[in-house]
Design a protein around this ligand. Sequence first.
Ligand code: BG6
Length: 468
Amino acid sequence: MDNTQGHTAADALVVFGVTGDLAYKKIFPSLYAMVKRGMLNVPVIGVAASPWSLAQLRKHAREAIIKSGEIDDKPALDHLLSLLGYVSGDYNDPGTFKALKNTLGDARRPAHYLAIPPELFMTVVKGLGATGLAEQARVIIEKPFGRDLASARELNRVLRSVFADDAIFRIDHYLGKEAIMNILYFRFANTFLEPVWNRNYVASVQITLSEAFGVQGRGAFYESAGCLRDVVQNHLFQIVALLAIEPPAYQSFDAVHTEKHKIFRAMRPLAPDDLVRGQYTGYRKEPGVAKDSDVETFCALRLFIDSWRWQGVPWYLRSGKCLAGTVAEILVELKPPPQRLFDDSAPTNGRDNYLRFRLSPRTAIALAARVKRAGKAFTGDQRELFLLDEQPDKEAPYERLLGDAMAGDGALFAREACIEAAWAVVEPVLAKHHRVVSYKAGSWGPNEADALIAANGSWHNPIAEETE
Ligand code: BG6
């Protein structure tokens, strides 16, 4: 699938919020990587409220890049710094946008990247529209895309009143990860999977996105979001969609998006009992967090996709901060053979054959199968056929997605219809849910999460570091 044809490249990149955290941690390192690869050679104009000089911005950018790793290409760094420009001003002031227009000079097709808090999205989008800076331009926005269905619709309405749909690039950085792109490839580039990839053979699917660290100074943000909004409604649902979609009907990412939308539509809206919300002990002492906070830093849920293929198969999703390790993994557990012909073929560890996708820290795919142990007895063990992927020089997700947006390729971006359908699934539990239960930092979350899955087995706790 190639989506790169027929698009015009942006001739400038405007980064709103250039002095902020996202720009420091992700955007500058990605821009540096893009320059190194020869993928960025247009003006990069930063916009922010701080009254900085261009020299200050350059210093800041250099620091951000050094912080992210070694400087292994000094000319590329110098070139990036030479591409930088800066406009300081208030986003509510039309003068800021006029100054931006002047700074953009001859550029006619800028890409505007909104690396700013979501509550400012609409102000900036309207400012761009009013100054004529949206014509032939693109806009790149970051999740969260709204905080519920109504606000997501309103955000989309404002974006669409100023930009054409194909000029809006909504970043869910999980879609730019190799391991996640590989789900689509692995499913549809192979023959052996399709016959078993359905309710007749799959017993359950689990996805764990676990982080060993806490909210890391983002307490105030977390208070307004919580785990369900932060990673489940977007990152984890996108993974579910890629695992669950029907084969795209033709060779185009438009067909992929169409199939993903059907999956979001077929997800059964969640009810309070489908969800366990946890909070690590100590969270309420984090800066910016209410002393009596009921915000979840852990979320486990049971989901059903009411489609022909997946009817009755439970999908268990789990994510949290301050858990036992930093690791992301999918486990697709298969049903047992119809007859237990060997005394030992009932799984001793409670698991039948499965397919395991390790998404991070190291990408791997494992297929677990039973094999006979040497000897007279017909007994055996479950072993993994293991495929470890260690390709060097992968593009980081932001690098890939920023490059795609600049090139005008929307294949790996979230689409409005999918986002709204995903909100509709979580909408019933956004306001109506059980209170958080606390869990110890360094554990796998509250015991209540075990009860959620008990009818279909147990959580698979991925090992944080592999030794193979
Ligand atoms: C972000 C969330 O979208 O994704 C963070 O806001 C989370 O809370 C992060 O830590 C996880 O991304 P990654 O790429 O580190 O798995």
